[in-house]
Design a protein around this ligand. Structure first.
Ligand code: NAD
Length: 419
């Protein structure tokens, strides 16, 4: 593989302008770039990132480089790469990128291996494909590593499964699990950008439509909240009683997906699970239903079942595949069932990625600063990093808060005072 692999170097200037635009909304990352540009805590460390190649990731990579890291990037999804951003990183930031929007699965893994040829001491993953490939076919690199970080829920689940099976041979920090990540990125970021992706792909009015959200986790909560804001009649389906109860008390209609499928105009999955929209649901789905996924992998909707039920497939618009079934019903699948917010829109807004990526930078610095390598396990982001990110974000938003008085500190730490 060459020193980089991108679609079109001529897009570099356009990409640079968009990266600068995103940076305006990333004050925490800007502050870290300034501070670590002086302190250089990652000086000379080889770092490979397998991340969505977006304007926000470009600003993360530039911050890591400012901190002294020797960075290369590959895509964490074949459909999420913004080719102008990849070009700008190569040409204007001197960061090698292996990512071409629409690449085949074979090229996707070639790119991951190119990022591993960099012999990283720190990995940054979004979905754990880099760390899995490292264990599967490049295990010789594991011993020399300081550790890795993981951006998303699905990646953390995979890594925990590896650790439980005794297969994980490197420490990984679960950035996703930081409060300043999932409370904001998964909820507000996925909420806004999923609706953005659906609207850009279809330009269909949501008001008055039945909009079903499958999974009421952090992402599902955000999607449901924003769909309601558009005037849709929002239905939630769940498998966890607590989450279902929460959705019901938040005012959403909760029912099994088999019932919801028959009346939904939109069905959006955000579970991290497989075939949650399955053949049985496709068989009863309303004519014209729009199907989209915002979970990490394209397995949430059973696409092979949809293909086998269909007699014909057409593409009326970019990112819309219309499947006609034998009984004449049409089902519109968006973005081939891949993350609709990244494939059909631009992913999360920069202001929310500012916090997620500040956690990534501080987690990398934490790995680099340790005298001894952490255990080969999935580790939480240290609480002081979480608190620091919240503090920096509030300061950037010019939001002030109160502090406890001395009397309150002693009251809250005592047990003697009661009724
Ligand atoms: N699109 C994006 O940009 C983006 C951003 C963050 C996370 N993600 C991904 O979105 C997915 C969800 O993440 P999260 O943080 O919301 O996870 P979460 O664990 O908070 O929530 C997932 C929910 O799905 C429910 N669920 C599982 N199987 C189900 C089924 N068959 N039917 C109905 N509900 C089911 C679970 O009970 C849980 O409540 C993950 O794959 C994650 O990696 C995507």
């Amino acid at each position: 593989m060459n020193e980089f692999d991108i679609a079109d170097a001529a897009l570099a200037d356009a990409g640079k302008r968009r990266i600068e635009w995103a940076l305006q909304e990333m004050p925490v990352l800007r502050g870290l770039a300034e501070r670590f540009g002086r302190e250089r805590p990652l000086q000379g460390l080889r770092l490979s990132g397998c991340l969505h190649i977006t304007t926000e990731t470009a600003n993360l990579a530039r911050t890591l480089k400012a901190a002294g890291a020797d960075v290369v990037l590959c895509a964490s999804n074949p459909l999420s790469t913004q080719d102008d951003v990849a070009a700008a990183l190569v040409r204007h930031a001197g960061i090698p990128v292996y990512a071409v929007r629409g690449e085949s699965t074979e090229v996707y893994y070639q790119h991951i291996n190119a990022a591993l040829d960099h012999r990283p001491v720190i990995t940054m993953d979004d979905g754990a494909d880099l760390v899995s490939e490292l264990h599967r076919s490049r295990s010789g690199l594991l011993g020399g590593m300081l550790g890795g970080t993981e951006e998303t829920t699905t990646g953390v689940i995979r890594l925990r499964a590896m650790a439980a099976a005794g297969a994980l041979q490197v420490p990984v920090i679960a950035v996703n699990d930081a409060m300043t990540k999932h409370l904001f990125d998964n909820r507000y970021g996925t909420g806004q950008s999923t609706l953005d992706g659906i609207i850009r792909a279809t330009n269909v009015l949501l008001a008055g439509k039945t909009f079903t959200v499958v999974g009421y986790g952090w992402c599902g909560r955000g999607i449901a909240m924003r769909a309601r804001g558009h005037g849709a009649h929002v239905v939630v389906t769940e498998v966890e009683p607590l989450r279902a109860l929460e959705a019901a008390m938040d005012g959403f209609c909760v029912m099994p997906l088999l019932e919801a499928a028959a009346e939904s105009d939109f069905i959006v999955t955000a579970t991290g699970d497989k075939h949650v929209v399955d053949r049985v649901h496709l068989e009863v789905m309303k004519d014209g239903c729009v199907l989209a996924n915002s979970g990490h992998f394209n397995v949430e909707i059973n696409i092979p079942a949809l293909e086998s039920l269909a007699t014909n497939r057409q593409q009326p618009r970019t990112h819309v595949d219309t499947y006609r079934l034998a009984d004449g019903r049409r089902i519109h699948l968006l973005a081939e069932g891949r993350l609709v917010n990244l494939a059909a829109a631009e992913g999360h807004p920069s202001a929310v990625m500012d916090m997620s990526f500040a956690n990534q930078v501080l987690a990398a610095v934490y790995l680099a600063a340790r005298e001894q390598r952490l255990d080969n396990a999935v580790h939480p982001v240290p609480a002081d990093i979480d608190a620091e990110v919240a503090r920096l974000k509030l300061a950037a938003m010019q939001v002030g808060i109160d502090t406890l008085t001395g009397e309150q500190v002693s009251y809250l730490s005592s047990w003697e005072e009661g009724t």
